[in-house]
Design a protein around this ligand. Structure first.
Ligand SMILES: [Zn+2]
Length: 192
């Protein structure tokens, strides 16, 4: 089952539970809260991730950034030597982008359409991407990281292990949230 459909089933709009009151869901507000409450506790980080990815929820993006920042700070406590405070921000944003857009960022040359038109107005397959996405490599991670903290590639490589840890951490939470949603839907379907 697609995640979009799972989320639509619960009629969740970010963490703003008040928003549920206006909805015309078949379940009562209390029932909805109970459902969300139970699964929510399993992985707030994972749920915020899903809300950003599938619902483009701004509030979730803000909270997710804060939670990721705390985790980044923890990882950087073991860092030997000096680092720029902006490195924390760069790490957070790069890790979040990778987990939210797992297949890669939308190709800016074809806008994700996989097709480009040349100067003779002939349509060609876009040569810059894979299925409209710029897949994640050390290079593309570095490119994104550098937008916040412009450093050399060799310096970036020192940050890379921390970045990998953060991506793992976020991905783990996402998996937990997806599984929690799926099992909840399955239970509902059995009862129905
Ligand atoms: Zn492209």
């Amino acid at each position: 089952m697609k995640i979009e459909r799972l989320l639509a089933k619960f009629d969740i709009k970010g963490i703003n539970y008040e928003a549920l009151q206006g909805g015309k869901a078949s379940l009562s507000l209390e029932e909805q809260l109970a459902i969300v409450g139970i699964t929510w506790k399993e992985s707030p980080v994972g749920f915020h991730l899903l809300f950003v990815e599938y619902l483009s929820d701004r509030e979730s993006a803000r909270v997710l950034y804060q939670l990721t920042r705390v985790e980044t700070q923890k990882s950087m406590d073991r860092w030997r030597g000096v680092y720029a405070p902006k490195a924390i921000e760069a790490l957070c944003l790069t890790a979040m982008a990778e987990v939210i857009q797992q297949k890669g960022q939308i190709c800016p040359e074809c806008n994700g359409s996989t097709k480009v038109t040349n100067r003779y107005r002939v349509t060609r397959k876009c040569q810059c991407c894979h299925e409209g996405r710029i897949t994640w490599t050390s290079e593309t991670r570095f490119a994104l990281f550098s937008q916040t903290l412009p450093i050399t590639y060799s310096r970036f490589k020192r940050y890379q292990p921390v970045l990998s840890l953060l991506v793992e951490w976020l991905t783990g939470h996402k998996v937990v949230a997806v599984l929690a949603l799926k099992s909840r839907v399955e239970m509902e379907e059995k009862e129905a």
